[in-house]
Design a protein around this ligand. Structure first.
Ligand SMILES: *[C@@H]1O[C@H](CO)[C@@H](O)[C@H](O)[C@H]1NC(C)=O
Ligand SMILES: *[C@@H]1O[C@H](CO)[C@@H](O)[C@H](O)[C@H]1NC(C)=O
Length: 455
């Protein structure tokens, strides 16, 4: 935990549960079968940002997408105005279900969303900067579109969506205008599970991250994955199991011990919780890597998750590039260089090691003409094939670099598949079947994330 500033002071609305909620849900016969979040890429930070509506009266909120995290958090300090928020009491069920929650017992500032007595609290974290703090858990109205293409659809409204109050300083390092982070993790109150509970659809979502200047989507629930021109990917994804890392990386507090934190005017009590939690990140079983069809020698121990939760392979939208443990990075880089021996090299450009003269590399429909990298995954008929568009990064100076970053010798996780490698790939995270479906690079199937259509 980095910094703990005073909890916020905002306008003092009193807790009014379910006040004047006017659901715009226009789907007959119960809830919508799916809701969507539009996604764009922020150039400056390389983060993927989205927009939803929240509060009463509703306002648009811009936030950064995160496959990790525990739940949605937004800045409740700056301009949080709403007549419909309500604190979650310490003894309430959601608070008991949250393993890493504490209790804000007293807050001496004026009452606001971020300053309430006897309120469940949690530790919102900016996973882009690794800064975290403590904040109230509250509920408020949240609205998401049921579709946005081909035309904007009706909004689906959750009258009491649970989230954490972050603080203004926590938004430092996020894309311009973003005031929070949307967790897509497997955690109990992250968006996939909370939306499924609220609207009664399946606990699954599909992620289609766009490259810069295009638009992507997150689809929650039971929607067909249809793309123009007439491409339906619903039946043609390749599946691999999603693994649960038994050890979380969140190091808060200790078991069976009461700790009091004094944060500005707020006292937060952490009591008798089970702190050793399973990780809520999405891990897959990477069993090998091939370059141009040739197996790259990697230490199998590093690909497995050990008892301490170290090792293995996970997906991260907050990591812009794929990050590899040093020996794996070296082996992949060597194998790639060997296959590319005929192409003139260019000086390395940080944070990459292997770069080429961009003018000497041909181009294809699937990006620069370079060797394929195959991620060999457990019990799949085919590997996740990574083409040039997802493996190579064009630098400002005209070099084309292999977009993998050295994680050093002792990273917590050996392979972190980053945003660039996932762009224009459809990835389905099915939490019920505990599996990941992947499409490989969509232009190899004559479409892109930008061409997603629903309804
Ligand atoms: C919380 O309780 C304390 C002590 O009873 C009181 O002084 C304070 O005003 C209360 N704060 C809020 C936000 O209700
Ligand atoms: C493989 O990695 C493990 C874990 O880091 C290490 O203990 C072991 O020595 C490595 N094996 C080889 C052959 O390098």
């Amino acid at each position: 935990m980095a910094r703990l500033p005073p909890l916020a002071v905002a306008s003092g609305a009193l807790l009014l549960l379910f006040v004047s909620v006017s659901p715009c849900r226009a789907v007959a016969g119960g809830g919508p079968s799916s809701v969507v979040l539009p996604v764009s890429k922020d150039d400056a930070t390389q983060q993927y940002v989205t927009m939803f509506r929240q509060r009463t009266p509703q306002v648009p909120v811009k936030a950064v997408l995160d496959l990790a995290g525990t739940m949605l958090w937004v800045d409740c300090d700056a301009g949080y105005v709403s007549s419909s928020y309500a604190g979650v009491r310490c003894g309430a069920k959601p608070c008991r279900l949250l393993k890493n929650a504490g209790c804000a017992i007293t807050c001496l500032d004026a009452v606001s969303a971020g300053c309430l007595n006897d309120t469940c609290s949690e530790f919102p974290k900016n996973t882009a900067t690794s800064v975290s703090t403590a904040g109230n858990i509250i509920t408020d109205v949240l609205s998401l579109p049921t579709t946005f293409r081909p035309a904007p659809g009706p909004l689906a409204t959750a009258p009491a969506f649970l989230f954490t109050c972050g603080h203004t300083f926590l938004t430092q390092g996020l894309a311009d205008g973003a005031t929070g982070m949307v967790s897509l993790s497997r955690a109990r109150f992250a968006l996939p599970t909370q939306l499924a509970d609220t609207f009664g659809f399946s606990r699954k979502f599909a992620l289609c991250l766009p490259p810069a200047s295009a638009a992507g989507v997150v689809v929650f629930g039971d929607a067909p994955y249809t793309f123009q021109p007439g491409v339906d990917l619903s039946k043609s994804l390749i599946y691999t199991p999603l693994l649960v890392n038994p050890v979380s990386t969140a190091p808060y507090g200790r078991k069976d011990k009461t700790t009091k934190y004094f944060i500005g005017e707020t006292t937060i009590q952490l009591k008798g919780r089970v702190w050793r939690e399973k990780s809520t990140d999405y891990f897959v079983s990477l069993t090998g890597i091939k370059v141009n069809g040739h197996t790259v020698p990697v230490n199998a121990t590093l690909l497995a998750i050990d008892k301490k939760g170290v090792g293995g392979t996970k997906l991260s939208t907050v990591s812009p590039y794929t990050v590899l443990e040093r020996s794996i990075h070296q082996a992949v880089t060597d194998a790639f260089a060997k296959e590319m021996a005929a192409i003139p090299r260019a000086p390395a450009v940080e944070p990459f090691k292997l770069c080429y003269d961009g003018r000497k590399v041909g181009s294809t429909r699937v990006g620069p003409a370079v060797p394929t990298i195959e991620l060999v995954l457990q019990s799949t008929a085919a590997s996740w094939v990574v083409f040039g568009a997802n493996s190579m990064v064009a630098t400002k100076g005209g070099a084309l670099c292999l977009g993998v970053v050295d994680a050093g010798t002792e990273p917590q996780t050996s392979v972190v598949i980053g945003g660039h490698m996932m762009e224009d790939n459809l990835l389905e995270f099915d939490l019920e079947a505990s599996r990941l479906g992947f499409s490989s690079y969509l232009p190899s199937r004559q479409t892109t994330c930008n061409n997603f259509r629903l309804g």
